[in-house]
Design a protein around this ligand. Structure first.
Ligand SMILES: C[S@@+](CC[C@H](N)C(=O)[O-])C[C@H]1O[C@@H](n2cnc3c(N)ncnc32)[C@H](O)[C@@H]1O
Length: 241
């Protein structure tokens, strides 16, 4: 998926890249080695993951412990491309984040943002693009309202990020899509069956805590998949002044 994002965003040899939600740093090394990036900066909100990422990259990339939006607001760094692999839906909110991205681009007319991201599979925003309150949403679609709130609370995803479809991109007039590709079927079911297999391995090794964790996460992912409430999309975004 990280390679699909890098290709969609048009990362090139010598590019400087900012990775929002870089996790434990695997993608930072990927941008460096696979694309020959000049500079790679990772940002992540979880301190323990930043520590793991710093150990992995061993000084070859900068890793900042910060919320993605706050980082964009206050950094003096300028980069050619901003990317995010499986993390942007956590940011509060995607709409606020995208409005900040041009600030950190060396050239906001040629630079871009690329991501693999999760959206709602139906548009439940108000007609004027505002986030409906719980009861307004419930009246519109009770099942979706309950399931999306459950997903939002259990996975730490701001509800707004799940209330519009990927082809609307938060009703932002100043952005346009490129290279949009829906990859939902390549993510949830394959990943949940992989995790079920790993859980079975842990069960055989009598590591019951890991077994419970993995089978719980696999079941949750399977549940998300069969509800059909969300879609996973690889895309790039261009910005207009
Ligand atoms: C599913 S993981 C993906 C990690 C990594 N990109 C990868 O593909 O392995 C989501 C990551 O986003 C980070 N994250 C969540 N909210 C964030 C925020 N507001 N700003 C920056 N990182 C955030 C989490 O700490 C977590 O590491």
């Amino acid at each position: 998926m990280a390679l699909a994002v890098g290709d969609a965003a048009g990362i090139q040899r010598g590019s400087s890249v900012l990775d929002i939600g870089c996790g434990m740093g695997d993608s930072l090394l990927l941008w460096k080695r696979q694309y020959g990036c000049r500079e790679v900066i990772g940002v992540n909100i979880t301190e323990s993951e930043c520590t793991a990422a710093r150990q992995l990259v061993d000084g070859s990339c900068k890793v900042a412990h910060e919320d993605g939006i706050e980082y964009l607001k206050y950094t003096s760094d300028k980069v050619d491309v901003v990317v995010s692999v499986d993390a942007l839906y956590h940011v509060d909110t995607r709409r606020a984040f995208l409005q900040q991205v041009p600030i950190v681009l060396v050239d906001s007319s040629s630079g871009c943002f690329g991501a693999v991201d999760m959206f709602g599979s139906q548009d439940l925003m108000d007609i004027n693009g505002d986030v409906p309150g719980f009861w307004a949403l419930f009246r519109k679609s009770p099942t979706s309202c309950i399931l999306l709130h459950f997903l939002s609370l259990s996975a730490g995803i701001p509800i707004e990020n799940l209330l519009y479809r990927s082809n609307q991109l938060a009703n932002l007039k100043s952005v346009s899509f490129m290279n949009r590709q829906v990859v939902t079927e390549k993510v949830f079911l394959p990943f949940s069956s992989y995790m079920f297999k790993q859980a079975a391995v842990e069960w055989k090794a009598r590591k019951f805590y890991k077994f419970l964790y993995l089978s719980g996460a696999a079941s949750f992912m399977h549940f998300v998949s069969i509800t059909g409430l969300v879609e996973v999309v690889v895309y790039a975004v261009k910005f207009h002044n």
